[in-house]
Design a protein around this ligand. Structure first.
Ligand code: NAP
Length: 282
């Protein structure tokens, strides 16, 4: 019988996940399909009951359901529980078990540029859901420093307080971060500022950027945000959000099927949909 996979979110029309996973199912000759479902917050509980009834094999959840799904599941792995967000659910013999592949997906993408972060000073811009997954996953891997700069400084403080892994961290205002930008080896932009269609916005000035820094923006539409363009023009190495997106999807696919998928194929497929080229950032 055909296996069914899905992504639940609101909105969901912009999601690249169906294209990416359906291509993998056909490439690995699997009788399976992946479908996007727009589910409003108030309908999430009913949607999960429906997915149980039809025996879905696995699904992704995206904004705004990543935290609210947790009490509706039968189990949540330790990292996802500490992050407080799930983006991947696996049907394990009738039990819906939640995982978070966002942070690990980011780390895998980062490692293609930087094999180790252990002696690096990192600045995370933003303190929302994606920042939380990235911050906790990086903290577990013990860089020298991970500071967090956010518009609402209290949220950065809360994130640092909530982290179960010991790491040297300070909460900063966005302006403050720019004043000390040359201190950081890796800068990770995790807010939605600069995302299409508001492509002329950027969350902070980067006038004091260290030209040897690696600057990552987890946005992939556009492939090069205003922040990344400016960083590249100042001599920094830049990485967009495509690697994170592809690796979080690859980790989910592996959990569902046991197959480690061809990430290069996934990346090219998404790039084709976005109308971009492979060498935008390198
Ligand atoms: P979120 O939880 O809503 O967090 C939003 C963050 O953006 C907060 O830090 C918020 O600051 C900040 N922010 C919002 N408006 C701002 C403004 N006008 N000026 C300054 N800061 C502002 O969102 P999220 O789920 O973390 O997602 C953030 C972005 O990550 C989205 O663009 C999403 O598409 C992207 N993402 C990419 C991937 C990938 O695979 N590449 C995966 C997940 C998410 P306050 O705390 O002050 O409100």
């Amino acid at each position: 019988m055909k296996k069914l996979y899905a992504v639940l979110g609101d909105p969901i029309g912009q999601s690249m996940s169906p294209i990416m996973h359906n291509d993998l199912f056909s490439y690995y000759q699997m009788d399976a399909a992946y479908h996007p479902f727009q589910v409003k917050s108030e309908d999430l509980k009913a949607a999960i009951l429906g997915l149980r009834a039809i025996g879905i094999s696995g699904f992704n959840v995206t904004v705004p359901h990543k935290s609210t799904i947790i009490p509706l599941l039968d189990g949540v792995d330790e990292l996802a529980m500490s992050i407080g967000a799930v983006n991947t659910v696996v049907n394990e013999d009738g039990r819906f078990v939640g995982y978070n592949t966002d942070g690990l997906g980011f780390l895998k993408g980062l490692s293609t540029y930087l094999p180790s972060i252990s002696d690096r000073k990192v600045l995370v811009i933003g303190a929302g859901g994606a920042a939380r997954a990235i911050y906790f996953t990086l903290a577990y891997n013990k860089p020298q420093v991970i500071d967090i700069a956010n518009r609402t400084i209290e949220k950065a403080e809360e994130l640092i307080e909530a982290c179960p892994f010991e790491v040297s961290s300070r909460a900063l205002a966005l302006n403050d971060a720019n004043n000390h930008l040359e201190d950081y080896d890796v800068i990770i932009q995790t807010t939605m500022i600069g995302m299409s269609p508001k492509v002329l916005e950027q969350p902070l000035m980067i006038t004091n950027l260290n030209p040897h820094a690696l600057v990552c923006d987890i946005i992939y539409n556009p492939l090069e945000t205003k922040l990344l363009k400016e960083a590249r023009q100042r001599g920094a190495t830049t990485q967009n959000g495509l690697d994170m997106f592809v690796y979080q999807g690859a980790l989910a696919f592996e959990k569902w099927t046991g197959i480690t998928p061809d990430v290069q194929r996934m990346k090219e497929n998404v790039l084709k949909q976005l109308g971009g080229t492979q060498n935008v950032n390198r």
